[in-house]
Design a protein around this ligand. Structure first.
Ligand code: C2O
Ligand code: CU
Ligand code: CU
Length: 426
């Protein structure tokens, strides 16, 4: 609903039973009782208020991933909403159009709570993007991709869930499911016209990395932080947990009756199958992908006031357990950095094994990977996969809001095993 210069949504978290696998009932924790939660559509610069009502038996925290959000509404991992309680999150959305998503962010429990269903997509639209002739309406399709495992009776399996105690093999590396779901369904089919479609790909998996391919060209137009300056034609898209990419696929290049499969080249068997498109009709299509999409300001690392180091590594490297940043586990009271409002900073991220690193509050640009500049013009990101034994330098500017935020690994099990750091914008 909409009133008084703001849009209001209510998300009631509750246990529900849904049919994910044919003929079986799967108990989930859902925003509004669905998995994923409803797709929220919002406008840049228009305040969106989400009232979270917790009807679960456990505390929760709501976070808008990719949101430029004041600290009290950013879902700091210890700002809990208790069972039976409710609170309003205010999103001013002073940011560009982009494909965002929302999910639970409770300290130590994000992995299991997201696994049980607490995730959904959140689209920010703006006039700049709407002025472009990109595919829109029913040809603008959010695709929330995640993997899950199921028991024979349809219940979700997660190692170490309270009803399945004990950390099992594979937990340290992050929990992988053996079924890939798109918008909560395994191997779904979408009927499409011979026309261009915008597919908003969001990797909402706890730990799985995808290499997505339709077998043909895809035109990437947007990333975590909105439109690229120009489209890029690619054959596949690598997406680590938390990352998004919007691509335009032109189904006019396929014959009627064809199935076009979206596959995961990084998986085998069932983990390679994502979804398929049934090309079943002709329809007029006046959409286009212009050669220029937007203006992306390149942040100047020469303006940085400081370069900070963040080392992502296993606790065993430091004589401990879990996963750590700079050798320390997450402590909500310890600020790992205190950037000044308005400052540009360079953050140097190093890894032992691969970690998808996510920064709250402001988007960033990648300066270098192992010393090499990335190819192509700069783009805004909020999550970057730092692959095995890599050094990735990012540059960001801290804008608009003072307060506490977090930086963490978006492998949700790594995050829960303390690979997270708080920082305070002062
Ligand atoms: Cu997608 Cu800090 O989270
Ligand atoms: Cu986030
Ligand atoms: Cu990690």
């Amino acid at each position: 609903s909409s009133a008084g210069g703001a849009d209001f949504y209510e998300l009631t978290e509750r246990v529900a039973e849904v049919e994910v696998l044919p003929g079986l009932r799967t108990p989930i924790w859902g925003y509004g009782g669905t998995f994923p939660g409803p797709t929220i559509e919002a406008r840049s610069g228009r305040r969106t208020v989400v009232k979270l009502v917790n009807q679960l038996g456990e505390p929760t925290v709501l976070h808008l991933h990719g949101g430029h959000t004041p600290p009290e509404s950013d879902g700091f991992p210890t700002d809990l909403v208790a069972p039976g309680a409710a609170r309003e999150y205010v999103f001013p959305l002073e940011q560009r159009a982009a494909t965002l998503w929302y999910h639970d962010h409770r300290m130590d429990y994000t992995g299991p709570q997201v696994w049980r269903g607490l995730a959904g997509m959140f689209l920010v639209r703006d006039a700049e993007e709407e002025a472009l002739p990109l595919p829109a309406g029913e040809r603008d399709v959010p695709l929330l991709i995640c993997d899950r495992s199921f028991a024979a009776d349809g219940t979700l399996l997660y190692p170490g869930l309270p009803d399945r105690p004990g950390v099992q093999e594979g937990y340290m590396g992050g929990v992988l499911g053996d079924v890939i779901l798109v918008n909560g369904a395994p191997w779904p089919e979408l009927r499409v016209a011979r026309a261009r479609y915008r597919l908003r790909l969001c990797n909402a998996s706890n730990a799985r990395v995808y290499e997505l391919s339709t077998g043909g060209p895809m035109v990437r137009i947007s990333g975590d932080g909105g439109l690229l300056s120009a489209p890029r034609t690619v054959r596949q898209i690598r997406l680590a947990p938390g990352e998004r990419a919007d691509v335009v696929v032109d189904f006019a290049g396929y014959e009627l009756g064809r199935y076009v499969e979206l596959r995961n080249l990084a998986g085998e068997g069932a983990q390679a199958r994502v979804m398929r498109f049934a090309v079943d009709r002709d329809e007029p299509d006046d959409s286009a992908v212009p050669g220029r999409l937007s203006t992306v300001e390149a942040l100047d690392p020469g303006k940085a006031t400081v370069t900070r180091e963040f080392e992502f590594s296993s606790g065993s490297m430091h004589g401990g357990t879990g996963w750590l940043i700079n050798g320390r586990p997450f402590d909500a009271r310890r600020m790992e950095a205190r950037p000044k409002l308005g400052d540009v900073e360079v953050w140097r991220l190093t890894s032992d094994v691969a970690h998808p690193v996510h920064l709250h509050l402001d988007h960033f640009q990648v300066l270098s990977v192992n010393g090499e500049r990335p190819s192509g013009p700069p783009e805004w990101k909020d999550t970057i996969e730092v692959r095995d034994a890599q050094t990735v330098e990012i540059v960001t500017r801290f804008t608009d809001y003072r307060g506490r935020y977090v930086l963490h690994c978006h492998n949700l099990e790594h995050e829960d095993m303390a690979m997270m750091a708080a920082f305070e914008v002062i």
